[in-house]
Write a new protein. Structure first.
Length: 538
């Protein structure tokens, strides 16, 4: 047996023995074994302190548990995560003749739903409009470095891995049990650094995500999944009010018992097609703004008190601003040692995002500063009104950047003074920036919310407002402005057989949440249609 001990102060990040002995009030010889299973850096209050969760074994477990506080409890299988999903690993099932699940989109929701179903023995076809990860990297590098035309089907948003492939691979979750533990351990199985199982703020790294994906794909094909790239779904097959398959752009029809659509937040054409096919949806809240970029040394100094330390990781931050009146704002997708990147899948639009590689050694740090947006802000009614509103902003920013891919940018002091920047410092944006006044490009309430938040953030993190700080716009693709109506298992409320999933459907906000949404739907279909080996049929 073992104990779970939380909030342990770690000496030198790895040696919590003294803290454990003091916490548990035991002698050194009573501590049989210990292991740090999760850790995070607490840089609050002007000091740097590693805290963690430990798995320990003691000689007198019952006595220790009886006198310990709430942060000490017995270790469970859920804590291990290696025992798989909360209801056990899927295992082999028997499926009805002709049963077939079509999964549209090879992002986290599509990949993990396909994996679960295939491991349960289901027939699965995974359809992705973009290319595999190697093709994507080549296409994106060609666009960024050689100014080749943007490929609208194979880019930073579309293709194997989804938007997360070029978005840093950050995982903010303190849990490693149940379904989350399953997802994290599969990442490790497919090549992630096992350290992600311990870090509260785990970071896969854009470069390592690219190595994980081919192994995930190989596992799917090993299980019999038909993985198709460069195949775009243009329509649903509907019979007697039920979704019974998909129609591809080349005219091929693929029949299915269930259709999972995990197309991502930027597949506007696909989401519109679902609505027109009868899947009820509504406009949803989102948040938009701009990327703020600083030299990493500025963030390190503000967070650690020193501009650089070999002993500490590049500093990060998560900041929020909630005024009594007006719009709330927060930072989003912070990338220490990262770069700001173009993030549009459409010609004539400017969108920015952030990413960093596993080492996080770039000169800059960046984060989105975004302001809450409500459906009432959209000028057009209906579930797709948010898309139309985003598109107006993205077109205007493209033109302000000069129409060649450069992004409009403004020094933070100039932004706060409502004056256009005459010039901006060098930035990480690969297509270049052009000095502009964002007050004329983003909605007034968004700019005001950003300005108020920046002043508040500077009090929380000294140096946030500095001559070197630059805003690069626009950050419009944070979350989907559409949310589909569906059952707890993910099935459309108005079009049975269709399962709108993940971020594009309004049910995810990152790698883990989208993977879990895909798992939820896969488990629901398996429980409904599959019979576990050894169980009697209905």
């Amino acid at each position: 047996m073992a104990l779970h001990v939380g909030n342990v102060e770690l000496e030198g990040c790895e040696s919590p023995v003294a803290a454990l002995l003091q916490r548990l009030v035991i002698a050194p010889e009573e501590l049989v074994a210990w292991q740090v299973v999760r850790k995070s850096l607490d840089a609050r209050h002007g000091r740097q302190l590693w805290r963690g969760v430990c798995r320990i074994e003691v000689a007198n477990e019952d006595e220790v548990v009886a006198r310990a506080g709430a942060s000490v409890r017995r270790w469970t299988e859920r804590d291990d995560g290696r025992y798989g999903l909360t209801d056990g690993a899927p295992g082999a099932h028997t499926w009805p003749p002709g049963h077939h699940v079509v999964v549209v989109g090879a992002g986290p929701a599509g990949l993990f739903s396909s994996l679960y179903l295939a491991e349960a023995g289901a027939k699965v076809t995974l359809i992705e409009r973009g290319g595999d990860v190697d093709e994507r990297v080549a296409a994106v590098n060609g666009h960024w470095r050689r100014r080749l035309p943007l490929d609208p089907e194979n880019n930073i948003l579309f293709g194997e891995g989804g938007a997360g492939t070029f978005s840093d691979g950050k995982i903010y979750t303190r849990r490693r049990d149940g379904d989350v533990g399953y997802v994290m351990r599969r990442f490790v199985d497919f090549g992630a650094d096992p350290e992600v199982l311990r870090e509260a703020y785990a970071h896969l790294g854009t470069d390592r995500v690219r190595a994980i994906l081919p192994r995930h794909r190989a596992r799917l094909r090993e299980l019999g999944v038909d993985v198709r790239f460069h195949a775009r779904v243009d329509g649903l097959l509907v019979k007697d009010g039920r979704c019974v398959g998909v129609r591809l752009a080349d005219g091929e029809e693929v029949p299915a018992t269930a259709v999972f659509v995990a197309a991502g937040h930027s597949a506007r054409d696909t989401i519109g097609m679902l609505v027109r096919s009868g899947a009820s949806a509504r406009a949803s809240e989102t948040a938009i703004g701009a990327r703020v970029e600083h030299p990493q040394s500025v963030i390190d100094a503000g967070r650690y008190g020193v501009a650089h330390s070999e002993e500490l990781p590049p500093a990060s931050y998560r900041l929020t601003f909630a005024p009594e009146t007006g719009r709330s704002a927060h930072t989003f997708c912070m990338c220490p040692g990262g770069v700001v990147v173009p993030a549009s899948n459409m010609e004539g639009r400017c969108v920015v995002n952030g990413m960093s590689f596993a080492s996080r050694r770039a000169y800059w740090a960046n984060s989105a500063v975004i302001v809450e947006v409500h459906p009432d802000d959209y000028p057009e009614p209906g579930p797709l009104g948010g898309y139309a509103w985003q598109d107006v902003i993205e077109r205007a920013c493209f033109e302000a950047g000069g129409g060649d891919g450069a992004a409009p940018a403004q020094r933070v002091p100039d932004f706060l003074a409502h004056r256009a920047s005459e010039h901006v410092p060098k930035t990480s944006f690969p297509l270049g920036v052009r000095a502009a006044n964002l007050w004329g490009l983003l909605p007034e309430f968004v700019c005001q919310g950003m300005a108020d938040a920046l002043v508040a953030f500077d009090k929380q993190l000294p140096g946030f407002i500095s001559d070197e700080a630059v805003l690069i716009a626009p950050e419009t693709r944070t979350t989907s402005p559409v949310r589909f109506d569906r059952s707890e298992g993910g099935e459309s409320a108005t079009l049975p057989g269709l399962y709108p999933l993940g971020e594009g459907a309004g049910y995810g906000g990152g790698i883990i949440s989208c993977a879990l949404d895909g798992l939820r739907a896969a488990k629901a279909v398996t429980a409904r249609d599959g019979v576990r080996a050894g169980q009697a049929c209905g």
